[in-house]
Design a protein around this ligand. Structure first.
Ligand code: FE2
Length: 157
């Protein structure tokens, strides 16, 4: 799926899209960094999040991460969110809430260019750039994020 087709997808997708459907769409995306050049910007302070487009049902944005930058441990409330790596390597950790309401890491995934991952509504994760190369990711959220819930991590024994 080229960049214009991706924009067309975002313009027409329903909010009740399933994780499986979004995963399939992300797997078909074939864009290069030139397509999203205006949305690539890095900051030494924190990762940058640059919106490409949003409507009532969906939003598409780019995140740019310097080495050692990462998100908080968070969920996406009622939004289904998927992301795809365009450059670098993303480490995505998926968490479960333990009985004491702390986020317990379950699995860590290493995602390289063209690899993608989709998180269900309410699922908890964290994205980090733990590598030496700058990381660029593209994110699709349906509906657009109304905010995130942040979680505290369970301490490692
Ligand atoms: Fe997220």
């Amino acid at each position: 799926m080229s960049y214009p087709l991706l924009l067309n997808y975002v313009a027409n997708v329903d909010t009740d899209v399933t994780a499986k459907q979004m995963q399939k769409t992300l797997a078909q995306i074939n864009i290069d960094l030139g397509d999203i050049k205006p949305y690539i910007s890095f900051s030494a302070k924190d990762y940058e999040r640059n919106l490409i487009v949003a409507n009532d049902n969906c939003e598409l944005y780019i995140c740019c991460w310097k080495p050692n930058q990462g998100s908080h441990v968070h969920d996406h409330r009622d939004a289904l969110c998927g992301f795809m790596v365009l450059q670098g390597t993303a480490t995505e950790t998926v968490f479960m809430m333990n009985p004491t309401l702390l986020a317990e890491p379950m699995i860590a995934l290493e995602l390289t260019p063209e690899m993608s991952s989709v998180r269900e509504r309410g699922e908890i994760h964290q994205i980090q750039n733990l590598h030496d190369e700058d990381l660029i990711t593209m994110h699709v959220c349906c509906p657009p994020l109304s905010g995130t819930n942040l979680y505290e991590c369970a301490k490692e024994e």
